[in-house]
Write a protein that binds this ligand. Sequence first.
Ligand code: ADE
Ligand code: ZN
Length: 325
Amino acid sequence: EDLYEVANLPKVELHLHHEGAAPPQFIRGLAREKNVDISKVFRKDGSYDFQGFLHFLSVYEAATSVLKTPDDYACLTTAILEESAKNGVVYTESFISPDFCGGGDVEAWRDYLHAIREAADAAERDMGITLRGVVTCVRHFGPEQAKASALCAAETAGDWIVGFGMGGDENKGKQSDFAYSYDMAREAGLKLTTHAGEWRGPSEVREAVEALGVIRIGHGVRAIEDPALCEMLAERDVVLEVCPGSNVVLGVYKSLRDHPIAKLKDRGVKVTVSTDDPPFFHTTMRDEYVNLAKTLNWDASVFRDLNQTALDAAFCDGATRDAVA
Ligand code: ADE
Ligand code: ZN
């Protein structure tokens, strides 16, 4: 009965990529409609086909290439939120990239954002799930392109676009290459996060905190390799957006048993649980919770605490937080 309780808890998710949450059938349908051949993206059984992180990124971008209009993003938003709501998610933040939504042009970005927000507002009314947006630049597209994303973020910062982040290939360039964009986002009042410590080690996480001033870290799990860094993260209340299922499928850790989430928590680091790109990794928020409960013997009270940590670390305003709680 405890597993049942864990599975059915109301959940807060902080780390979800908008395109990465697209169901493969949804992408396949759009591809057919638009006559785009992306058959290499799928396995025979209809799931996404990739092996390893760099291949994942290229399949992700190929799948994303069929999302061509604001209306496509509105439909995608509805599909994502239906799936999340089914899994008990009551509040979620998703990463949305101007690179994919208008190519970094501010006016085009506004059109995409408007469409996404309308779909999100309808989902909130119909399904009781709240979405907020975190504008995201893509690391392997480089610092110049990131500035265009930061400008889009700054121009639309407010009660719905609440944060700025960076995803993509952590092995390209340095966190500090993106300081200009992060400064622009911070000055616009946005809260900051970045992917770090998924592929590179502890120094990447340290640099994210020190050079970019982020208050959350996407993944950050390899911080476990440096006790002094864990102490620093704990002391500064930096929150990790941990995605255990993603880490196992992409091979950061061999199995959930080898995953450091419990050790990080024991070191006093604030951890939360998210899915990253659920259909790519054959996971859901419910699966993540149940798998952690089974593997680590965590009971419902542990997950209630994780959720409170996530809600406290959400980038939305206090009124939104209170409405969710
Ligand atoms: N984009 C989508 N998922 C990602 C991940 N796990 N790491 C970096 N960039 C991503
Ligand atoms: Zn991610």
